[in-house]
Design a protein around this ligand. Sequence first.
Ligand code: HEM
Length: 446
Amino acid sequence: MMIGTSIARWTMSYFAVALAWLLVALALMVAGIGFPAAHLASPDTLVLVHVVCIGWLSVAMCGALFQFVPVLVAKPLFSEKWALPALVLLTSGLAALLAGFLGLGGRLPALHWLLPVGAILLIVGFGLIVIDLGLTAWQRPAGPARFVLAGLASLCVAVTFGAIFALAHAGWAGSIGASMLASGVPLHAIAGLGGWLTLTAMGVSYRLLSMFMLAPDVDDQKSSMTLAAGALAIALVVVGGIVAIWLSFGLNVVLSVVAILGLVTIALYGRDVIAIFKSRKRRQLELNTRMAVLSYVSLAASALLGVMLILTGAFTAQLGAFVFLAGFGWLSGLVLAKLYKIVAFLTWLETYGPVMGRTATPRVQDLVSEARASKWFVIYHAAVWFGTLMLLAGQPSAFRAAAAVMTIGIAGIVREIIRTRSLADVESPLRLPNGACAPHLLFARN
Ligand code: HEM
């Protein structure tokens, strides 16, 4: 399991930066900046989308992967030294990208080189991470590690498209770049949200669910089928999409086939997750697993909503509500649930691992107060579902109220995570036994 593995030094820093960006995104939504107040393709919405997709979800995922890829393949990380420079590059690249978007919308002076500069910084930052994690996972490409490899490949695709768009906005990408920008945005979005974030979250969740529920690992043959369906969907979207744009066909046929493959992937993943739940030895579910179930409800609801919107011809009009539910209910919900547990687990390992066996130490569960934390998660999820309904009903003011309630939930969760990291809930004699060192809030002292 995880005992005996080294602790990634910068994972906590990634989590802290990610949560800060999440709070920025919520502040934008509460203030009514971006969708639904502005159009989906408006510069304000692009700011909001990239704060969520890069700042929050991608940074949190990378932080988790620095810890988990070595665990998945039982090999050390290729280079621990790259993690911090990569975080600095991602943060500054995102800031430049956002400034470029704000320039497009006239909120800042329009400096056309800002988007390409942001893209270059992001390419180098993500590039370091992809090489570091990719070389590590490649040493034993089996089980969940293959999902991570497929996710990293999709990240490369999403970033490449993003860079082409950034160059095209600056007028530096010629006619091919301009036609990619005109028609290729769905390919970029699906590679990022579907390939990178969803496939990686699925892979990591298999291992985390079985680890925290004491269940055997998911059947390799079954999870291979899930991955095959998901990877095929992404490969098709990229190759078919580029060919369709090249031949000026329009993307409808490609996107319909990909939608079906996407549904198959979700159904197969659901089957795998149910099998893990059924074979678990820990009957009483911990908070992180119960809250992960809420994110699965959102995943199933997103799939259902997508099908209903396509059947009623309302998909394009309601794309925002669909992406909101998938992004905040499913992806963010799962990341938050797992982050809550990972912080407790790593803090426990870092603080008590060195003195274990020599003196009495608390259990991982003594670092958290699930009874207090659960209400913040419930508030957050209820607000996401209410927000989705308000988007569907075309009620932007009520949506802002939902975003305000989501912010309350997230502030509560952040407070719980900080308490866990500072051992605030551990009773005094056990808190810091002789030889144990209190952890630093933002990085591991290894
Ligand atoms: C180097 C990194 C990236 C750059 C330079 C970039 C750039 C862009 C640009 C310029 C657009 C707007 C295209 C237009 O004007 O219509 C866009 C749209 C979008 N990007 Fe990115 N992107 C990057 C990474 C990502 C990642 C990693 C994700 C997801 C995980 C993502 C998700 C999206 C989505 C969902 C849209 C559509 C937004 C909308 O139309 O409202 N991007 N991106």
